[in-house]
Design a protein around this ligand. Structure first.
Ligand SMILES: Cc1cc2nc3c(=O)[nH]c(=O)nc-3n(C[C@H](O)[C@H](O)[C@H](O)COP(=O)(O)O)c2cc1C
Length: 340
């Protein structure tokens, strides 16, 4: 289907890291539903990993059914990034992704995340050190640039290709934009045009198979990475693959299928069969607002994948009301309803 370095992938659809959400139970659920191959962990501090910090190890928790898996590292100290990548290779991970897009001040202040997009030479040198230290693919995830005046992604992507990066993931927004406005498809296209041969994977606001197709067509990107859309609808990868292959939109999953996917399984924490109240599965409808720790209608909220009271930044665009509530919430219930 497509290659990233030596990795042969069965899908050109990827899971974008959503810190706090794209954990092992969530990834296993998505993999069981299908359509996804390479997934990525939440961002992990390279230094914490080297210090064997328990929280960092929790973030890279995995198992054989959770392959292929990339770990996303952040950090700005070349030796730490290199040594963390070498450790991950020894530990059997499939790839290492470098966070160059995180807008959070805590990450940027120390030269990581989006700040890496402002220092092309230093970033390329850091990445070169990582590439030379391992055989597994090193990839980079970036935004379009720091702000509209500094759209550095094309130059950075090319510089990183020159030092051996195997693929570029690009979120079509600037750091300044945060999650506002709409995703800039011509901006992603410029990154595709800038590299010679490595795959560029587009990202941002893909919440339907049609949106994925549009991104592929309008940017020429080799694949699409989906973050929030996977949370709203874990079937998005399978449905998008089918749509890309056949041109037909599969029907929404039946209620029984949703419940089956949401049922607890070995290794899942926080939910068990007794957590699924009979009222929740009664007559094929799930009452909104009912206490359903394991059944969220959409299937997205699986056990520990969500912490009560938390919200993730809603994707704007087709199908969503402000606040992240899908207009079709009667059929495919939103994350927002599940955590309200
Ligand atoms: C709650 C949340 C956490 C995120 N955590 C990360 C992260 O750890 N690493 C990263 O590279 N991007 C992170 N992102 C950005 C996403 O990977 C992605 O680029 C962005 O959400 C746009 O894609 P989407 O519209 O498909 O969600 C995060 C986004 C959100 C909303």
């Amino acid at each position: 289907m497509m290659r990233i370095g030596a990795l042969e992938l069965r899908s050109n659809l990827f899971l974008s890291p959503l810190a706090g959400y794209t954990n092992l139970p969530f990834r296993l659920t998505l993999r069981e539903v299908g359509g996804l191959d390479l997934a990525t962990t939440d961002l992990v501090n390279a230094r914490s990993l080297l210090e064997r910090n328990a929280k960092a190890f929790k973030l890279i928790e995995t198992r054989s059914a959770d392959r292929p898996l990339a770990v996303q590292l952040f950090g700005s100290v070349p030796e730490e990034m290199r040594d963390a990548a070498a450790y991950l290779e020894t530990a059997g991970y499939s790839a290492v992704d470098i966070n160059m897009g995180c807008p959070v001040r805590k990450v940027c202040r120390v030269g990581g995340g989006s700040a890496m997009m402002t220092e092309l030479a230093a970033t390329a040198a850091l990445v070169k050190g990582m590439v030379n230290a391992v055989k597994i693919p090193i990839t980079a995830k970036m935004r379009l640039g720091w702000d509209d005046e500094n759209l550095t992604a094309p130059d950075l992507a090319r510089a990183l290709e020159d030092v051996g990066v195997a693929a570029i993931f690009v979120h079509g927004r600037t750091r300044e934009q945060g999650f506002g406005g709409t995703v800039n498809l011509p901006g992603i296209r410029a990154v595709v045009a800038a590299v010679r041969s490595i795959p560029v994977i587009g990202n941002g606001d893909v919440i339907s198979p049609e949106a994925a197709k549009l991104m592929l067509e309008q940017t020429g990107c080799a694949g699409v990475s989906i973050g929030r859309g996977a949370f709203y609808n874990p079937w998005i990868f399978r449905h998008t693959r089918q749509y890309l292959e056949t041109g037909e939109l599969p029907p929404e999953p039946a209620f029984e299928e949703r419940v089956r996917v949401m049922r607890p399984r070995a290794g899942f924490r926080g939910a068990s069969a007794r957590d699924v109240p009979p009222s929740g599965v009664n007559g094929g409808s799930v009452r909104r607002g009912a206490r359903l720790p394991a059944v969220s209608q959409s299937g997205a909220v699986v056990c520990e994948a969500i912490r009560p009271g938390q919200r993730i930044q809603p994707a704007r665009g087709a199908g969503f009301e402000p606040g992240g509530v899908p207009r079709n919430s009667g059929r495919l219930s939103p994350l927002a309803a599940a955590i309200s």
